[in-house]
Design a protein around this ligand. Sequence first.
Ligand code: ADP
Length: 328
Amino acid sequence: MKRVFSGVKPTGHLTLGNYLGAMRQWAAVDQHRADALFCVVDLHALTVDHDPARVRRLSRQAATLLLAAGLDPRLCTLFVQSHVDEHARLSYLLECVATDGEMRRMIQYKEKAARERERGGSVRLSLLTYPVLMAADILAYGTDEVPVGDDQTQHVELTRDLALRFNQRYGQAFVVPRATTPAVGARVMNLQEPMSKMGKSDDSGPGIVYLLDEPDVVRKKVMRAVTDSGRDVEYDREGRPGVANLLEILAACTGGNPEALADVYESYGALKKDTAEAVVEVLRPVQARHKELCADPVFVEGVLRDGAQRARAMARPVVDAAYRAIGL
Ligand code: ADP
């Protein structure tokens, strides 16, 4: 059976982008077809200015939402990254095969570092080494496939490079993984700035649909989405990114195809209205289940404790072998 690993960062409330780009596939497909691990990657939340109590709260919320989205602890392993020491242990070894040049070339680093500097802040070293920790997350479990949205494929490529380099230099320690992305929904864009992705840690609330947004809030955000001054509905990601994004979201929510859907609509208003309703319907069962789970914190706690135990048992031998291989 294939081994699958993926994660979410507790840096903000989870979004429709996280759901359509990643979580939905984890629940509907990956946990059924593979030996799958899903992780709330809380160490990654420390790479930017953070409030300790908020990170703790968001980690718990993310785990609860992953269960609400359909992850089943009988089918997969769900855990919190910092509960398993092997991630940090392996990360250091991988820092010893990675170069600073390849870290500085990572698009997300360049964007996030620029944003931190614009705000007048300093850039934490961990923001630069973030992709190495992510590589450790993946490689510690002998992962074959990493189901992610488009924005993470460069980091998975780097993970492959590090695994190959380590294996060539020190012997076969790691499985070389590959990224898988969904056909539709791999890149959900911000409704107010359709040239940037809908990211949970951005401050631009009105362009982001959060998984726990009330139906009326979802409707308002979608109805106010930026489009353009054209009239006819056309699927053109470059030329008309706002409209293309709505078509993608609608397609991802209803199982349709964005190009075919473009022929169905004659006005932006009708497209927005149907998209809003489709999103509300997709979120409804997730929100209902989330409410039930919030009433049962002991269950969530137990899932995370068992998950960490199982994850540790899987990661330990892989990381120990890597330590031996590199000369320790
Ligand atoms: P974020 O950018 O929201 O902090 P994470 O790093 O926690 O995202 O990503 C969790 C998963 O959600 C990843 O697989 C990522 O590729 C996916 N993802 C995040 N944002 C989007 C988006 N706007 N569209 C599609 N997938 C996304």
